[in-house]
Design a protein around this ligand. Structure first.
Ligand code: FAD
Ligand code: FES
Length: 499
């Protein structure tokens, strides 16, 4: 299935050369999403010698598979930050996120392709018992000085109609995240940073501060792991549940709700936005999150497409894609130096276009010796005086049960030779277990099903055609190479004897 996002389809690539030398620098940034590119730009503007290594293409990771919305609150609500922490922390979150959006707006002044637009965020609930959450979010935001009100007029035509209160938060924004990140990368290069695409870090010696790719290496005074989930084994992995979300972009139907971030919340809700590109209008819908490796990918995508078709009555489907989010413990991201000695920036949930920009600003300030006080709140090894720890316990039970169950579950008995084109299976043959996939052209791939990060067993993802690890979200292509997540090493490729 083609899973090119509307952002990737409508932005032109950067074309940075692959790293082909052994180089030294002040700061190595690993990862060319919004976090890494913004960090590289800010550090280069400070006069630092910066190298950025991107495994694939700039902006082509989660940033280019997001929904491109920018808001001062968070997906779980500022009211949840306030109840988990307190009003001071909630106020700081709003201030930091507002400053990041203003920074993005400033960067976009001469970037028409980034399509930065100020717009409202509209929140309403699908479930009757969610109505109280809408009201408490409005109250919390208003108390923090945000322009949040309850709107008696309901929601705009073309959207699923409410059965309760509707909150409107004015002066939020949306943009084209891939085009923005590409433009910032060009700007970072102009400021003196060396950026390299198709330069995957395959070995990382955090102590010696050396990162190695297939064609070169970088030795740096400091390393920033801006890889969404930090590469290698980090303590934060134990605290971060990983979820996947499915997104569909349709051509606009007869009724266009206009610019806006429309959160129709609830268990089966949708996050909806619109987009204008070269005379075409799109409506984009993202569905609820699913735990990585323990859901049916095709069914989840179909559910979003069906619900959006029923509720939005759009034109034809143009793009389908999915992406992963890493949720932090207690609502604040992890930004700063961790036990590995590297700087990390992760735990953004689905709010990371803004959190990634906050992270870049905090990291650049810290590396230049002028740390921001909010950085202390986000330290990866922080002591968490927040109230209640049930979420973490529940989520960790999933990981623990996956680890245990995987080794107790007997693999499916299939014959490799009988695997049809497009099929996948965990196969036991000759005393060995294979994660096997036969490509539509008949080529058979067989790899070890044991994740190289920390040893959980991978599961098939039928939408992305990948082996996904339910524990910390590493994903591998059918040939075993790493697609995303904390793993550095590919799944072991197995020699197959048919018969
Ligand atoms: C469906 C969905 C919708 C979302 N919508 C929004 C939204 O509307 N608003 C919002 O604020 N947030 C949103 N988010 C969250 C947001 O997209 C992410 O938090 C954010 O893009 C993370 O940016 P990043 O730069 O940290 O990571 P990424 O964009 O994932 O960048 C990391 C980069 O690191 C590279 N990399 C990985 N390993 C290596 C390696 N070994 N060597 C070199 N490079 C490597 C990857 O190729 C990738 O390009 C959404 C998330 C999802 C899942
Ligand atoms: S991602 Fe950690 S064990 Fe697989």
């Amino acid at each position: 299935m083609d899973t090119t996002s509307v952002w990737r389809a409508t932005a032109t690539g950067a074309g940075f050369a692959m790293l082909q030398a052994d180089v030294q620098c002040d700061v190595l940034v690993v990862g060319g999403g919004i976090t890494g590119v913004t960090t590289a730009l800010l550090l280069a503007q400070q006069g630092r010698k910066v190298v950025l290594l991107e495994a694939d293409e700039i902006g082509g990771g989660t940033t280019g598979h997001s929904t491109g919305n920018l808001y001062v609150t968070t997906t779980d609500g500022i009211s949840s930050v306030q109840s988990t922490w307190d009003e001071t922390v909630a106020r700081e979150v709003v201030q930091q996120r507002k400053a990041a959006i203003d920074f993005i707006e400033q960067q976009c002044r001469d970037l028409p392709n980034a399509h930065f637009t100020r717009c409202p965020l509209v929140l309403w609930s699908r479930d009757l018992d969610g109505n109280a959450d809408v009201e408490s979010e409005q109250q919390a935001l208003a108390q923090l000085g945000c322009l949040a009100r309850l709107d008696e007029a309901g929601v705009r035509p073309g959207l699923p109609q409410p059965r309760g209160p509707v909150m409107v938060l004015e002066d939020q924004a949306q943009f084209q995240p891939q085009a923005y990140t590409l433009a910032l990368a060009q700007r970072a290069a102009k400021a003196g940073a060396s950026l390299h695409e198709h330069s995957r870090v395959i070995e990382l010696d955090a102590k010696a501060r050396v990162a190695t790719t297939a064609t070169g290496s970088v030795k740096a005074a400091e390393i920033v792991l801006a890889t969404h989930s930090p590469k290698g084994v980090h303590l934060v992995h134990a605290e971060m549940p990983v979820h996947r979300e499915y997104v569909v972009a349709f051509e606009m139907g007869a009724t266009d709700p206009g610019p806006g971030i429309f959160w129709w919340s609830g268990e089966q809700g949708l996050s909806i936005r619109t987009l204008a590109h070269e005379g075409r209008r799109y409506v984009i819908a993202a569905g609820p999150e699913q735990k990585v490796g323990v859901h049916n990918a095709k069914a989840s995508l179909l559910a979003v497409e069906t619900l959006a078709t029923q509720m939005l009555q759009p034109g034809p489907t143009r793009h389908r894609w999915s992406a992963q989010n890493y949720r932090s413990h207690h609502g604040l991201p992890y930004i700063g130096r961790d036990h590995s000695g590297c700087f990390i920036a992760t735990g953004f949930s689905t709010d990371g276009l803004t959190w990634g920009t906050v992270a870049a600003r905090l990291l650049a300030a810290e590396i230049s010796g002028q740390p921001d006080a909010f950085g202390k709140r986000c330290e990866p090894g922080r002591f968490t005086p927040a109230k209640g720890a049930s979420t973490l316990v529940e989520e960790n039970l999933t990981t623990a049960s996956t680890l245990v169950k995987d080794y107790l579950t007997r693999p499916q008995h299939e014959h490799l030779s009988s695997l049809a084109p497009g099929d996948s299976a965990i196969v036991e043959a000759g005393g060995e277990t294979f994660a096997a996939y036969r490509a539509p052209d008949g080529e058979l791939f067989a790899v070890s099903p044991v994740c190289t990060h920390m040893g959980c067993k991978v599961r098939w993802n039928s939408v992305e055609t990948s082996w996904d690890c339910p524990c910390h979200g590493s994903r591998f292509r059918p040939d075993g190479t790493v697609a995303e997540g904390p793993a550095l090493v590919p799944l072991h490729r197995k020699h197959v004897q048919l018969g």
